[in-house]
Design a protein around this ligand. Structure first.
Ligand code: ADP
Length: 164
């Protein structure tokens, strides 16, 4: 049984993430989506629990997905959970340098390979940090994130167009 590991901060999960997770789920028997437990808690918009809960809801239609969290080294988590490969999404060349370095480091540390899936073009500009920024200032992100995430952002920052 081939198990893939999709790590990320998912703060919050976007349509770009969901696309990568769905496509990974087609190629592997099981996918573990692992949310980074950020030690600098104050830096994330949503708590670890909120991020996991949103992922569970938006991935509810996929039967071979598990949502977990990890702290420490990703390769240790991968070994503990029997993951065969790490799968990451690549948006643009700007992602490439860092991702290549990480993939090579993880390969050196434990022998685990990283597979890259190219982003669907309609999501290539999307990042959680940009979504947070747009939502914070009242921009409409409803076409960029699942409906329940848009709702959570709205609860946090107020509705698009409303004075704040
Ligand atoms: P972000 O960079 O948006 O904060 P994460 O750190 O949660 O995202 O990233 C988790 C994984 O999802 C990474 O492999 C990242 O490259 C990938 N990813 C994020 N957004 C997209 C997107 N729009 N298209 C494809 N992959 C993406």
């Amino acid at each position: 049984m081939a198990i893939a590991l999709c790590p990320g901060s998912f703060d919050p999960v976007t349509n770009g993430h969901v696309d990568i997770i769905e496509r990974t789920a087609r190629h592997f028997d099981e996918v573990i989506v692992a949310v980074i437990r950020n030690p600098q808690k104050s830096q994330s918009l949503f708590t670890l629990e909120e991020r996991q809960e949103m992922l569970r809801e938006v991935c509810g239609h996929l039967s071979n997905i598990r949502i977990e969290y990890f702290k420490g080294l990703l390769v240790d988590f991968a070994a503990e959970h029997g993951a065969d490969a790490i799968v990451k999404g690549l948006r643009a060349v700007s992602d490439f340098d860092y991702e290549l370095q990480m993939a090579q480091m993880n390969q050196r540390l434990s022998g685990i390979d990283t597979f890259f899936i190219s982003t669907s073009p309609q999501y290539s500009f999307l990042s959680s940090s940009l979504v947070r920024e747009v939502a914070r200032f009242g921009g409409d992100v409803s076409s960029m994130v699942p409906a329940l995430v848009a709702k959570r952002l709205e609860e946090r920052f107020g509705r698009a167009g409303e004075p704040r």
